[in-house]
Design a protein around this ligand. Structure first.
Ligand SMILES: Cc1cc2nc3c(=O)[nH]c(=O)nc-3n(C[C@H](O)[C@H](O)[C@H](O)COP(=O)(O)O)c2cc1C
Length: 206
């Protein structure tokens, strides 16, 4: 990049675009979503951007199972059953059980996030999980960029063997949660986020 004033302006514009995209991303829960459908073109872009996440060894371990419209019934039934089967009696809550279905039907698209483990196991498992997290972030950033509501949810049962069986995952694969996607009911008031200062989590060595 040259150091002309124009280049400096364009540098600031690029920074502003990156800052805006990243800092505007918010978790917006299904309860706050409208029932407006998600345009297949936008969903296609969201998924395509997931595919551009970094991946060690080009394994591209992200797998997404997408539930829309009537397909959500199968997901709701399955997840409620898994919650019943995997929750100890003492911890079972009727409201949580009902909430599974309510959340699924409150969002037009539910994406189950999975990690496919390569048979060779060359890449450490943690790196495959990290790559999937990067893919989810790409989806979330894209959704926020167009003003869509998105939310990554990880109820305890997503990590169970029952969940793996429901999703027909291979033994080494993992389910990493649910990604709810839709449009916010309130499009005027985008939620603000909070973070404590980054300097509290930095250590500089000179
Ligand atoms: C791996 C992962 C799992 C998450 N699981 C949950 C969850 O189960 N329940 C929940 O309320 N939020 C969950 N979240 C979302 C966080 O609550 C959210 O990112 C946090 O409140 C910060 O808000 P923001 O995303 O709007 O910046 C999860 C986030 C990540 C990265």
């Amino acid at each position: 990049m040259s150091d002309t004033p124009l280049a400096i302006d364009s540098l600031h514009l690029r920074l502003a675009a990156a800052n805006g995209l990243i800092r505007r991303r918010r978790s917006i829960k299904p309860e706050q979503m409208s029932d407006e459908a998600v345009d297949p073109m936008i969903l296609g872009n969201i998924l395509e951007n997931a595919n551009w996440a970094p991946t060690h060894g080009m394994t591209q371990p992200w797998r997404f199972k997408i539930y829309e419209e009537e397909g959500r019934e199968r997901l709701a039934e399955g997840l409620q059953r898994i919650y019943r089967e995997t929750t100890p009696k003492s911890g079972f809550r009727e409201d949580k059980h009902d909430g599974i279905r309510t959340k699924i039907f409150a969002s037009p698209v539910v994406i189950v996030i999975c990690m496919a483990r390569q048979e060779s196991g060359v890449i450490p498992e943690i790196e495959e999980v990290e790559a999937v997290a990067c893919a989810v972030q790409n989806m979330h950033l894209t959704a926020s960029a167009v003003g869509m509501a998105a939310y990554w949810s990880t109820p305890a049962f997503v990590y169970t063997e029952e969940m793996k069986a429901f999703l027909r995952l291979n033994p080494g694969d993992r389910c990493l949660g649910l990604f709810y996607l839709g449009w916010p009911k309130d499009r005027e008031n985008w939620p603000t986020g909070t973070r404590s200062p980054i300097r509290e989590r930095l250590e500089w060595t000179e």
